[in-house]
Design a protein around this ligand. Structure first.
Ligand code: G3P
Length: 224
């Protein structure tokens, strides 16, 4: 349901510790925000933290031959459980068809219904929908999401929708309500999504009432 959109080791460790995280998505921009490390060492470190959860890694080349070579290298270095993120470009579709059935594929930078449909046809297991980037272009991202979900459900397609590129909590919530199976978000947005003043105030009051009544900090002091 929640995937983390970061390559920051500290954030990944914390998020895994506190929440239920289904995986980590990376792309060249996300990796460029971190301290320069050896590419595969960095990815392997994330993979070790994730254990059986999925790591998503994007191909960086732009022509089919090099993209294919890169995908083979990623699989060789990181194993078959990763999901290879492939931009939904013309060359990207060619690669999706080539890899289809053999590996997990996430078609990425999906910003229209048509790009989503073609990615499904080419065998993508997941579609990373660029919600905020669509919104910035005046595209109704939730309508794109809803229409793709309808198509997936009506055709019993295996493809899952992964909302991505969010800038606030409302975007995430609305995208869930329009049919994404999961979202990939920054650690800050994840923490922000799980914050609630009513919850915090309630917990504070429960603690206060317990302590006033029993004159100890919490129930563990009443073990005997
Ligand atoms: O997972 C996709 C995401 O990293 C793109 O997000 O914020 O660069 O639009 P953003």
């Amino acid at each position: 349901m929640y995937v983390l959109d970061t390559a920051n080791i500290k954030e990944i460790k914390e998020a895994i510790n506190f929440y239920q995280i289904d995986g980590v998505t990376t792309n060249p921009t996300i990796l460029s925000r971190e301290q320069k490390e050896t590419y595969f060492d960095h990815l392997k470190e994330i993979q070790e933290l994730l254990k059986e959860k999925r790591l998503y890694v994007q191909v960086t080349a732009t022509n089919f031959k090099k993209m294919k070579e890169e995908a083979d290298l990623l699989l060789d270095k990181l194993g078959n459980d990763i999901s290879i993120k492939i931009p939904a470009s013309t060359e990207g579709f060619q690669l999706m068809k080539h890899l289809n059935e053999k590996v997990h594929i996430t078609a990425t930078a999906i910003c229209s219904y048509e790009l989503g449909l073609m990615s499904i046809a080419c065998g993508a297991d997941a579609l990373a929908l660029y919600i905020n980037r669509m919104a910035n272009e005046g595209i109704d991202a939730n309508m794109v999401t809803k229409n793709l979900r309808t198509y997936i459900d009506q055709t019993n397609s295996k493809t899952k929708l992964l909302g991505a590129s969010f800038k606030n909590v409302v975007q995430i919530r609305e995208n869930f309500l329009h049919g994404v199976h999961a979202v990939t978000i920054s650690y800050d947005l994840l923490k922000q999504s799980m914050k609630a003043k009513i919850l915090e105030d309630s917990v504070l009051q429960f603690t206060k009432d317990f302590q006033t009544q029993y004159l100890v900090e919490d129930a563990t002091y009443l073990k005997k």
